[in-house]
Design a protein around this ligand. Structure first.
Ligand SMILES: [Zn+2]
Length: 435
């Protein structure tokens, strides 16, 4: 008689599981084995349930998308230099963040947020607000005679990096000239980096009986070069004015409340549309000379006197317009490349040897650089009939010669006179030339 299942398997070469076979062929149920197999079966049954559940869970995890990674706040932000930057993060707190913002240095910074396979970015522009310069045309405290038309003189805006962005200016505010009083006109601009800057023009509508009208004509002062005691010109002449002398004159103008009309106002005045205050004066500086840019502009800024810089556009015009952009300076054309000899009238400037189309082309080229065409100063003051037709065709409001005189009502806008300021002139002489 066998004593174990193993023996039976060996002996009979049969699979016998639940019975113990004896030598005589009788079989006795092997309950131990039976229960053992039942237990295995049971375990297997659990696996049959658990494994599909796990598979389903994995499938669900793979098929159902993650929470979408989204930025809190704006995708692109503009902040000012040295302004505190507080990142708003994303909707998923534990996402991975790369990148930083240096608020002390102008630039475009990118912060990248990653969560699993998702990625979002935020751009932060750090900009210097002083890079945008708004130059109001004419006087920032505009004076209008009651019931005269209000002339909107506009402004010029230079972004020291992007250049002239005047065409993006939005003007708001209304002036009712029938009602004497104070009004405000606001000029707003947003540059390509999203930086917004604004400037306000104060407009005063003065009652007729209180308005002191200019009847003698408007002196348009013609200066040239500025120098200092420490920076003397190589070849001194009357076109050079010492910085302290210029300062003395500017101080006189502000102390005596002179008014600085725009070219739009001057044009309207010449056409007889409006009156201008008795003490009106316009300052112009020819040639865009180094000393004027270096020493003259800071003085004009100090006394808040607006002035025009007539620059020869072919001589680093573009660079000068950006580098010396100032709230008080309007860069205008002194031609692109006509400030040279070759003509046969007056001072021998080339303009008299050019045809109308050539002059118009030169003027338009200069306007692309100075990006203004309100005023023009004839190089060397040489004027011809053809040149006058050309400035008209180039839509210039006021063109100036070097002829001595004040601008009066009814003058020819294509050839207006100026008052030359001599470097050796006394303050007394200066005052009498503008009164
Ligand atoms: Zn010149």
């Amino acid at each position: 008689m066998c004593t174990s299942q193993e023996q039976c398997i060996n002996n009979n070469n049969r699979i016998i599981e639940h019975y113990i076979y004896c030598i005589d062929g009788s079989a006795v149920p092997n309950y131990n084995q039976f229960y053992k197999e039942m237990r295995i079966m049971k375990k297997f049954k659990y696996l049959m349930i658990i494994v599909p559940i796990i598979i389903i869970i994995i499938a669900v995890c793979l098929l159902v998308p993650d929470k979408t990674l989204e930025l809190n706040g704006e995708k692109e932000i503009t902040i000012q230099l040295n302004e505190k930057y507080q990142d708003e993060g994303t909707n998923i707190e534990n996402c991975d963040i790369k990148g930083s913002v240096n608020t002390q240095k102008e630039g475009k910074y990118t912060i990248t947020y990653t969560y699993k396979k998702q990625k979002v970015e935020r751009v932060i522009n750090v900009v210097d607000p002083s890079r945008i310069v708004i130059n109001l045309n004419g006087d920032e405290n505009t004076i209008v005679k009651q019931n005269d038309e209000y002339i909107e003189s506009g402004c010029h805006v230079i972004d020291k990096k992007d250049g002239n962005i005047t065409n993006q200016v939005k003007v708001s505010g209304k002036v009712d000239t029938s009602q004497p009083g104070d009004y405000k006109v606001t000029y707003c601009i947003t540059n390509s980096s999203g930086l917004s800057v604004k400037k306000v023009r104060n407009v005063k509508v003065v009652e007729n009986k209180k308005f002191e009208e200019n009847k003698k004509g408007i002196p348009v002062l013609m200066y040239h070069y500025v120098y200092t005691k420490d920076d003397l010109p190589e070849k001194m002449d009357v076109n050079y004015i010492l910085n302290t002398k210029l300062e003395e004159q500017l101080k006189y103008l502000t102390d005596h409340h002179y008014y600085f009309p725009s070219y739009q106002e001057l044009e309207a005045y010449v056409k007889g549309k409006i009156s201008l205050p008795k003490k009106s004066v316009i300052l112009t500086f020819d040639d865009g000379q180094k000393g004027f840019l270096k020493y003259g502009i800071p003085l004009l800024e100090k006394y808040k006197v607006p002035a025009t810089s007539f620059i020869i556009a072919s001589k680093n015009g573009e660079k000068k317009v950006k580098q010396y952009a100032s709230e008080y300076i309007s860069f205008q054309s002194h031609s692109y490349n006509m400030h040279r000899g070759g003509g046969n009238i007056g001072h021998g400037g080339i303009i008299s040897a050019m045809n109308k189309n050539q002059i118009v082309e030169d003027l338009k080229h200069s306007h692309e650089i100075v990006q203004n065409n309100e005023a023009f100063a004839y190089p060397y003051g040489d004027v011809t009939d053809i040149a006058q037709k050309a400035v008209k065709e180039a839509n210039i409001l006021c063109s100036f010669t070097t002829h001595y005189g004040k601008v009066k009502k009814g003058d020819d806008l294509t050839a207006l006179p100026r008052v030359r300021v001599l470097g050796n002139n006394s303050l007394k002489g200066y005052i009498s030339s503008i009164e």
